[in-house]
Structures are given as structure tokens and as C-alpha cells.
Design a protein around this ligand. Structure first.
Ligand code: NDP
Length: 463
């Protein structure tokens, strides 16, 4: 063989591991390099530990709510260090599964930083040697953007990677940003008893989500004691007595807290990766440019997952990897499909969404029927908790096609996953209507909203 490997993958996260493993199953000689821990962002410092922490943060509400059902719950306490070490054990287990999955399929896995030296050459730093490959996949992912350099004292803040392993749980925290990570961590910290404040530059949290969803989550967060300061930025962070963070906001407010966390988006890990040596082009923010088959500007190099500026979600990276393998090794050309991706925000309460927001639907279609239910979840009729659940279906008025569904409330993410199937099939509102309700459930509301709450024509609400 002309090359050491048929395929070499740089990056052992969700996308990279899947591409390597599937190619090896098809008989290809595959190498993969990971500089940190196999499993990547999702397993090590993203989705998996985040969801475990979300579970941890829900218990105190359960303890409070139990009284409404006749339970007496004694004194409770929470130990952060136990959670961190239990999380660590689970991550280590999953990391082991990733490794054994690679080994059992014959993939040669290197624990090394790898950089490109040319179109077919990869330098493995830990081994101090160059290996060659016919095809190369770059799946190095991203990393949290550290506090804006414009913020004086930004080095006193943490990012999500640090938040998972803090030596102590802070008593109070400011989180700057109001996207997925900020909102999820605010729910986690508040649920664990931390005095939590979100500082966001825009008018409402969760930019890009349906406006009603954003407003409801804002309300629910305030009910749970989370303070939300909008249209403000952090200007300066100083160290206070005992290591507190004295945080200055635009407009002059000063808040003293134990910790400041930045959740300002993520950046691709393309610095010093040797992309220029292989002729792989990036955009002005460092993301690798790819065509519809994930191929870069170098014809034998592909890029998958968060290192490309597509949709930064684990299942998307895995799907892109499967499409690459199908196209290159099975002879079945497959383009990744980024349409109608269901997504969840694991906030308290949870958000599940698929398809267009009301604002996007109104922009795209002349007539939009909006079906909406806003109610108290049945569980809370006895607990007395003041909380609401929202379900919203957006239908293109002229065709009856369902173009978006949004749920806020318990199990919203689970519902969004299932709702993505009929939406992907191009279902109509009539399909929802002829589906029998499952009673008693919250999801039955989705098939029992017969009349539109209102209709938009050219974006204007009709009387
Ligand atoms: P997001 O893009 O979701 O949010 C970034 C936040 O930072 C926004 O509120 C943004 O404001 C704000 N921001 C950006 N730059 C600045 C600045 N200079 N000053 C002040 N505020 C700023 O990124 P995240 O880091 O939260 O998450 C990254 C990605 O990871 C997500 O897009 C998502 O794809 C993925 N993810 C998915 C999860 C899930 O599926 N449940 C969970 C966590 C992450 P503005 O909106 O005004 O631009």
C-alpha cells in the first residue's frame, strides 16, 4: 500500500470515532489520534456530564413537591464532590467503551496531538513521527470561547469545561450569555442551591428560539429565583476579599459573587493544525470550509462536526460521519441533511423544539395558523407549584403542513425527538387531528388542539 493508512482521523469525539469505526468495519486500515480523552466534548465535557448534572439539580424540587402527595421528606443535603466523582466514574466508563469500540474494530488509536503536514501527512506529536493516509478526516471540534478580551479581568472567569470540575460549589454565580450552555448551567446551579444571575446583552434569553418559548422560560427561571439581567455586559471583574469576583456591569451596577462563568459560544480548534500546509481553507472565524459532502478545499481531506460551521450537535456530527463513510467507502453518495433537526434545552422546565419558530414561519409563509396550549402540568395540581407548560404547533395555512412544534415543560426533549419523525415525513395538521389522544398525558394536547388560537397573514395577527 502506498500509504500507512487508508483513513486517518484527527479527533476522537463523536464524529471522528464514528467515521473511523465505520470505515474499519468496511475493511479499511484506519488510524485515529486524540490529544485529550476519547469521547470528545459530548462525552467528556458536554452533553453527558451536563445531563447528569441536570438530573442532580432536579431533586430538590421533587423533595419539595412530595409533600403535596403525602410524603414527608426529612432534612436533605447535597454533596458536590460526590456528584463530581460519580460523574467522573461514568465518563471514564464511557471513554473506555469508545476505546474498546475502536480496538475491537481494528482501528489504531493514538493518544497524541496530531497536526497536518501536507495533504496526506499527519504528524503525531507524542510519537514524533509522520504517518501517511490516503484520506484524512479532521474532526477536532470546538472549545468554549473564553471571556471577551475586552473584559478587564476576564481571566477570573470560568467556562463550561471548568464548571464540571470546580473544587467547591460556589454560593453565588453570574453567567454571562443566554444561549444553550448559559441557560442550562443556570438551571443546574440554581437547582443545586446556588444564587444564580444571568447577564445577557440582548433583550431576551435564548436568541433564535420562538419568542413565546423564550418569554415563558424567563418567567419560569425567575420563579425559581434565577435573576436575569438583560441588555447589559460585564465590563470588569476584580478579585474581592476571600477570592470573590467583584463584577462591574455596563450602566454602573456592581455585583459581588463567588464565581463568574462565560458561556459566549464556542470556537473551532483549528489553531496550529497545519491546515495551510494541506491547502485546507477556513472562514474568517477559523471554521473549516466544506462542500455538501463535508469535503474541504483539499480533495482528500474531509471535516466533520463542530469544526465546520454547520449545526453544533453530537447527532449531527455522527450523521455527517456516516454520510462520509457511505459516500467514500460504500459508493453511495450521501449528503448530510441538516433540515428539521429536533433540539432540546435541558433547562428547568425543559424546552423541546423542531422546525420553524413562529417568527420564522411568519417570515416564510403568507398564512400561518398558530395552535397553542398553556396549562399547569397535572402533576402540579397537587403540589401547588406555580409552573406552566406550553405547547405550540405552527401550520402553514394554505397547505395545512406542520412547520414547527415547540414544547416547554417536563419531557419536552423526549417529545421533540418523536415529533421530528412526522415533521420529517411532511405531516399535516389533519394527521395530528386524526391521531387518538393518549390520556392522561401532557402530550395529548398536541393532538387535541382543533382550532387555531390565532392566524397570521403576512406576519400580522388576524382578529
Ligand atoms: P450559543 O451560541 O447558544 O450562545 C452564546 C451566547 O453568548 C448567546 O447568548 C450570545 O448572545 C452570547 N454572546 C456571544 N458573544 C458575546 C459577547 N461578545 N458578549 C456578550 N455575549 C455574547 O452558544 P453556547 O456556548 O451556549 O453553545 C454552543 C453550541 O453548543 C450551541 O450553539 C449548541 O449547538 C451546542 N449545545 C447544544 C446543547 C443541547 O443540544 N442541549 C447544549 C449545549 C450546547 P447573542 O444571542 O445575542 O448572540
Amino acid at each position: 500500500m502506498k500509504y500507512d493508512f487508508d483513513l486517518f482521523v484527527i479527533g476522537g469525539g463523536s464524529g471522528g470515532v464514528r467515521a473511523g469505526r465505520r470505515a474499519a468495519v468496511l475493511g479499511k486500515k484506519v488510524g485515529i489520534a486524540e490529544e485529550s480523552r476519547y469521547g470528545g466534548t459530548c462525552v467528556v465535557r458536554g452533553c453527558v456530564p451536563k445531563k447528569l448534572y441536570v438530573y442532580a439539580s432536579t431533586f430538590h424540587e421533587c423533595f419539595e413537591d412530595a409533600a403535596g402527595y403525602g410524603w414527608t421528606v426529612g432534612e436533605t443535603s447535597f454533596d458536590w464532590k460526590t456528584l463530581v466523582s460519580r460523574k467522573e466514574a461514568e465518563i471514564t466508563r464511557l471513554e473506555g467503551l469508545y476505546r474498546s469500540g475502536l480496538n475491537s474494530n481494528g482501528v489504531e488509536a493514538f493518544d497524541s496531538r496530531a497536526v497536518l503536514r501536507g495533504p496526506h501527512e499527519v504528524y503525531l506529536e507524542a510519537e514524533d513521527r509522520v504517518v501517511t493516509a490516503e484520506r484524512i478526516v479532521v474532526a477536532v471540534g470546538g472549545t468554549p470561547r473564553k471571556g471577551d478580551a475586552l473584559i478587564e479581568g476576564h481571566e477570573h472567569g470560568i467556562v463550561s469545561d471548568d464548571a464540571f470540575d470546580l473544587p467547591e460549589l460556589p454560593k453565588s454565580i453570574i453567567i454571562q450569555g443566554a444561549g444553550y450552555i448559559a441557560v442550562e448551567f443556570a438551571g443546574i446551579f440554581a437547582g443545586l442551591g446556588v444564587d444564580t444571575t444571568i447577564v445577557y446583552r440582548g433583550p431576551e434569553i435564548l436568541n433564535g428560539f420562538d419568542n413565546e418559548v423564550r418569554a415563558l422560560l424567563h418567567e419560569e427561571y425567575e420563579k425559581r429565583g434565577i435573576k436575569i439581567i438583560t441588555e447589559k455586559l460585564i465590563e470588569k471583574i476584580e478579585l474581592g476579599k476571600g477570592g470573590t469576583r467583584v463584577t462591574h456591569l455596563t450602566g454602573g451596577d456592581v455585583l459581588e459573587v463567588d464565581q463568574v462563568m462565560f458561556a459566549l459560544g464556542r470556537v473551532p480548534m483549528t489553531d496550529n493544525l497545519g491546515l495551510d500546509l494541506a491547502g485546507v481553507e477556513t472562514d474568517d472565524r477559523g471554521y473549516i470550509k466544506v462542500n455538501e459532502y463535508s469535503r474541504t478545499s483539499c480533495e482528500n481531506i474531509w471535516a466533520l462536526g463542530d469544526v465546520t460551521d454547520r449545526v453544533q450537535l453530537t447527532p449531527v456530527a455522527i450523521h455527517e460521519a456516516m454520510c462520509f463513510v457511505s459516500t467514500e467507502y460504500k459508493g453511495i453518495p450521501e449528503k448530510p441533511d441538516h433540515d428539521l433537526i429536533a433540539t432540546a434545552v435541558f433547562s428547568h422546565p425543559e424546552i423541546g423544539t423542531v422546525g420553524l419558530t413562529e417568527e420564522q414561519a411568519a417570515e416564510k409563509y403568507k398564512k400561518v395558523d398558530v395552535f397553542r396550549a398553556n396549562f399547569k402540568p397535572m402533576k402540579h395540581t397537587l403540589t401547588g407549584r406555580d409552573t406552566r407548560m406550553l405547547m405550540k404547533i405552527l401550520v402553514e395555512g394554505d397547505t395545512d403542513k406542520v412547520v414547527g412544534v415547540h414544547v416547554v415543560g417536563p419531557d419536552a426533549g423526549e417529545m421533540a425527538q418523536v415529533l421530528a419523525i412526522p415533521l420529517k415525513m411532511g405531516c399535516s395538521k389533519a394527521d395530528f387531528d386524526r391521531t387518538m389522544a393518549l390520556h392522561p398525558s401532557a402530550a395529548e394536547e398536541l393532538v387535541t388542539m382543533y382550532e387555531p388560537t390565532y392566524t397570521l397573514v403576512d406576519g400580522v395577527k388576524q382578529d
